[in-house]
Design a protein. Structure first.
Length: 174
């Protein structure tokens, strides 16, 4: 355990040291490269900012309007409350759109039910085995101006559904 703590405390500084030494030995201007990379990163952030703001506003509206709860209860009625706890269904829905909103819902589950409960396990497994499909597609495809997504959405939804099913099955066995 002490080895893991040591590694987690030193891995980033060691990586920075390694990059710096490698750049210096190859006679690269590492400061200029860093500034260029930071500038490129800021340009990317500015390009995707409207998409990020739009998604955050949409998720906020969904939560505030009560539509999220209505959709969650509809899905809960279809799935059945005995298989999936009612607390976890909003996380399933929101996770498709926003990681931060899903994290907030997962934290609410941890406070209400406990992190070591079945809903807590499901939320943890779900958060680590699924992706924010619509967020990721809109941000990445918009930033490089891809208009035809072809099979990306169906494939991503199938993968996310597999993650959701896995979170249910694994949490039920713990």
């Amino acid at each position: 355990m002490n080895l893991l703590l040591f590694l987690s405390d030193t891995i980033i500084p060691l990586l920075i040291f390694y990059i710096t030494v490698t750049g210096l030995t190859q006679k690269q201007n590492i400061y200029e490269e860093f500034v260029h990379g930071a500038e490129s990163g800021f340009r990317t952030v500015i390009k995707i900012m409207p998409t990020l703001v739009g998604l955050m506003v949409a998720v906020g509206i969904l939560r505030a309007s009560g539509l999220l709860e209505a959709v969650s209860s509809l899905i809960g009625n279809v799935i059945g409350g005995s298989l999936v706890p009612a607390e976890i269904i909003p996380v399933f829905v929101v996770r498709l759109f926003s990681n931060s909103a899903a994290t907030g819902l997962a934290l609410d589950i941890f406070k209400k039910c406990g992190a070591d409960s079945v809903p807590g396990y499901m939320a943890s497994i779900l958060m680590s085995s699924t992706e924010t499909v619509f967020y990721t597609m809109s941000v990445y495809f918009m930033s490089v101006k891809i208009k035809k997504t072809r099979w990306t959405l169906p494939g991503a939804l199938i993968a996310t559904t597999a993650g959701m099913i896995a979170s249910i099955m694994i949490a039920r066995t713990l």
